[in-house]
Write a protein that binds this ligand. Structure first.
Ligand SMILES: NC(=O)C1=CN([C@@H]2O[C@H](COP(=O)(O)OP(=O)(O)OC[C@H]3O[C@@H](n4cnc5c(N)ncnc54)[C@H](O)[C@@H]3O)[C@@H](O)[C@H]2O)C=CC1
Ligand SMILES: CC(=O)C(C)=O
Length: 256
């Protein structure tokens, strides 16, 4: 039977690439995003190529919206097997400029969103009487500290902790929980960061990006598909004996 996956933040960037890859792997996919038009466009393109996809509007910071999204995916496709808690935001925050709003906003989406997604998916797996896979987006910035990313980096360290904790807690239900840690991926998020870093230094976006791209052993920035390849492994049967882990997919930036 075809498996069902839900991907948050699937309207662009890494989430879009993951959704498209999971369709190639044979999944039916539910694409979740804050802006329905963006996820609908990606879902329409998948359907035009013969895949099965639905678009669902939800803000992952809101627990009831995440539960409703999982319920809608389960109702539409009749099963539920994988959630990819991918949605995230990445404000550039030098430590002395960090505000209460920065912390609450970033943690509300990046951390609370993972917790709500974990709860909603685990509840669905239990109702369906089978296990499942929970896959969380952390970052190289959640494995080692990055300057000016205090708010963001703190959320990504927390996500690795939640991944380990929930892997131990949910294993008894046949649920695995893993995370992927991208490096520097050419997406709108990373270009926004590069823009801010460049602007703060009186330089352009390419200069800003270059500050992050130094020291990649494989000598190139990441494409979203590099990350989707690893998520494909975590979503598939070949990773059945892997849980609580963070797979770093950064071309060789952080050696852990
Ligand atoms: N681009 C990069 O270099 C890296 C990205 N990551 C992580 O990968 C994940 C995806 O990143 P990108 O594709 O680069 O980001 P992106 O900003 O290009 O795309 C993220 C998507 O998530 C959606 N989103 C944001 N807040 C949301 C909310 N509250 N509810 C629902 N959807 C929401 C956005 O609308 C957007 O479509 C994020 O968790 C990010 O932290 C990790 C390491 C590096
Ligand atoms: C955005 C991000 O996760 C970085 C720079 O590692």
């Amino acid at each position: 039977m075809t498996k069902v996956a839900l991907v948050t933040g699937a309207g662009q960037g890494i989430g879009q690439a993951i959704a498209e890859r999971l369709v190639k792997d044979g999944f039916k996919v539910a694409l979740v995003g804050r802006h329905l038009d963006k996820v609908q466009k990606v879902a329409d393109a998948i359907q035009a190529r013969g895949g099965e996809a639905i678009a669902i509007q939800a803000d992952v910071a809101k627990r009831d919206e995440v539960f409703a999204a999982v319920a809608a995916a389960k109702a539409k496709f009749g099963d539920f097997n994988v959630i990819v808690n991918n949605a995230g935001v990445a404000p550039t925050t030098p430590i002395m400029a960090v505000t209460e709003e920065d912390m609450n906003w970033t943690w509300g989406i990046n951390v609370n969103g993972v917790v709500w997604g974990t709860q909603a998916a685990a509840e669905a797996f239990k109702e369906l009487g089978h296990g499942g896979k929970i896959i969380n987006a952390t970052s190289q910035a959640g494995v080692q500290g990055n300057p000016n990313l205090t708010a963001y980096g703190s959320t990504k360290f927390a996500i690795r902790g939640i991944t380990q904790t929930t892997a131990k807690e949910l294993a008894t239900f046949g649920i695995t929980v893993n995370a992927f840690a991208p490096g520097i991926v050419k997406t709108p998020m990373m270009w926004d960061i590069a823009h801010e870093v460049g602007q703060n230094a009186g330089q352009d976006d390419d200069w800003g990006m270059a500050q992050f791209s130094e020291g990649i052993a494989l000598g190139r920035l990441s494409e979203p598909e590099d990350v989707a390849n690893v998520v494909s492994f975590l979503a598939g049967e070949d990773s059945n004996y892997v849980t609580g882990q963070t797979l770093i997919v950064d071309g060789g930036m952080v050696f852990h």
